[in-house]
Design a protein around this ligand. Structure first.
Ligand code: NDP
Length: 254
């Protein structure tokens, strides 16, 4: 069988699994961070879990991107740079900035590794091996410019919101637990880091104008919208003085 139809079947199946996961995650909270429990079996230090599972994405992406036959034009190098740059932060800088202490079930790390591997494969294989070469003029295409703008805004929002949480954790007594994050977009929503991440990957889908990138944006939303709703409920339960005007994810909407 020609590999192209098989590839697209995989992409559509992956989107279907994302939709199922969305509804599952509305009922079952992913057991890492504040929701980690011993029921999910043996665990490893949270930081090492992040490094291992997140490194899978740029490694697999770059392997298929670089070995694929599509001529590597400037726009393709920009796509690869944005993907790799994001994951240098997520897989290396971000875990090293975390305060050690929490643990992650090994099962969750394995899920994360497979998840990142599949996303890295679909996007690296498509861009490096299957796509029509993007001409130089793509860098001036409105889709590219809008997507880069969304990607950059999303990355800044995500990075700054993550930095607030990491600073809260560093400055607090680990055993004292969690505190109410303040400042920036936290004035309006409980999880601006997730909002930034979703906008970032929507931007990547727009700037590459590709279905594999859209599948990752859909997955990101499927993971993070339910988690934002859970965090928001959790904050309200834990802190009687939690700001009542604050919403979960999207100011004024959700
Ligand atoms: P969380 O907001 O659950 O936690 C982020 C870090 O901040 C953890 O170290 C956490 O500690 C700490 N923290 C969170 N809230 C508080 C608080 N109120 N007081 C003190 N410390 C706090 O984020 P996630 O771990 O779910 O995600 C981390 C990053 O990964 C995010 O940027 C997210 O966008 C991204 N991500 C992307 C996904 C995708 O599908 N593309 C999927 C999942 C995450 P502790 O670990 O002890 O809870």
């Amino acid at each position: 069988m020609n590999s192209l139809p098989t590839f697209w079947i995989l992409v559509y199946a992956w989107i279907g699994i994302a939709v199922l996961s969305f509804f599952t995650l509305l009922r079952v909270r992913a057991p890492y961070g504040r929701y980690s429990t011993r029921r999910w079996g043996p665990a490893l230090p949270h930081r090492w879990g992040w490094i291992m599972m997140e490194l899978a994405s740029p490694a697999v992406f770059l392997f298929f991107f670089l070995t694929g036959a599509v001529p590597k034009t400037a726009p393709l190098w920009v796509f690869a740079g944005l993907w790799t740059g994001h994951y240098l932060n997520r897989a290396v800088a971000y875990p090293l900035r975390q305060t050690p202490g929490n643990r992650m079930p090994i099962l969750i790390m394995v899920f994360g590794l497979v998840f990142n591997g599949v996303n890295g494969f679909l996007n690296g294989h498509y861009l490096g091996g299957l796509a029509s070469p993007y001409p130089l003029g793509w860098l001036a295409d409105p889709r590219f410019l809008l997507g880069v703008f969304m990607f950059a805004i999303g990355a800044i929002v995500n990075w700054r919101a993550d930095a607030v949480l990491l600073a809260l954790r560093r400055s607090g007594d680990r055993d004292a637990g969690y505190r109410i994050p303040e400042g920036g977009l936290y004035r309006w929503v409980s999880c601006p880091n997730y909002l930034g991440e979703i906008v970032e990957w929507m931007g990547f889908a727009v700037l590459t104008w590709s279905l594999p990138a859209a599948s990752f944006a859909i997955w990101t939303a499927a993971n993070l919208i339910p988690r934002a709703l859970s965090h928001h409920r959790w904050y309200r339960e834990q802190f009687p003085d939690y700001p009542s005007e604050r919403q979960a994810l999207i100011p004024g909407l959700l």
